[in-house]
Design a protein around this ligand. Sequence first.
Ligand SMILES: [Zn+2]
Length: 339
Amino acid sequence: MIAKIQELLEEVEKLKASNLEEVEALRIKYLSKKGSLNALMADFRNVPAEMKKEVGMKLNDLKAKAQEKIAALKEAVDTQDCGTGELDLTRTAYPVSLGTRHPLTIVKNEIVDIFSRLGFTLAEGPEIEDDWHVYSSMNFADDHPARDMQDTFFVEARPDIVLRSHTSSVQARVMESQQPPIRVICPGRVYRNEAISARAHCFFHQVEGLYIDKNVSFTDLKQVLLLFAQEMFGKDTKIRLRPSYFPFTEPSAEMDISCNICGGEGCSFCKHTGWVEILGCGMVDPAVLEANGIDSSVYTGYAFGMGIERITNLKYQVKDLRMFSENDTRFLEEFKSAN
Ligand SMILES: [Zn+2]
């Protein structure tokens, strides 16, 4: 019996395993119910009484050694698996590919930056708005076509709630919450019920500006917009203002810049006119000031608004509006150097 224990002890000390399956096979061979250790335990009852103490101690010693050895083999195999697997701590860090800013974000940041330098502060508002802030406070007549179901997304259960169709609603929120002087720039996403094509989308982005103070004049507006155009498109850029109509400004104008592709000579981009339209602007209609709690006999102001997609197209000649929202990384990576 003692010789058998000694033999097994030597066997156990020499055990080797190179993977978890082999460790498990050893555990079954020595430590399981039908394993060789249990077989020895069963023989123990046949050991003469005077030898029971010595044999018992040796048996316990063998069992402890076998458990210890198999546990050690298991741990070695576990550690080895980590070392030879996916994780190689000696490798240099593989290149992590950084994303790029979206072109619309790049251009929005640039617009906001230019106006920030002129003293405009950022204002933002909700995209789901009520009729008052989107239309009524902006001097839209009750039967204005913008209020038509064909043009604007209405919330079915609450027809006075809409997805804002312009960022002018943010101007309204600023005017109702603070008195002049007001000088804010409001970027944001707007929604219109348009069929999606290369030239139109059901959502796009705007930046609007609002300046209200005593003695604000159209000359101030023109000077600020000229400065903006030259900062955005180059110092040789010229502007021209054409009379137009908007419900919230009077007088109103649309602004063109000299075509930045042909330099004003005429090309297919500017339809051979040398000019491209970039924004709408005007003096805030006194009715809008009054509707928003500002005394129009004391204060005057100007406002302007532009589409960020439009400005981005002018800067980068993106031919199809849909590319801005298709999340094609090949398109987005084109703007890496502009970041
Ligand atoms: Zn041109």
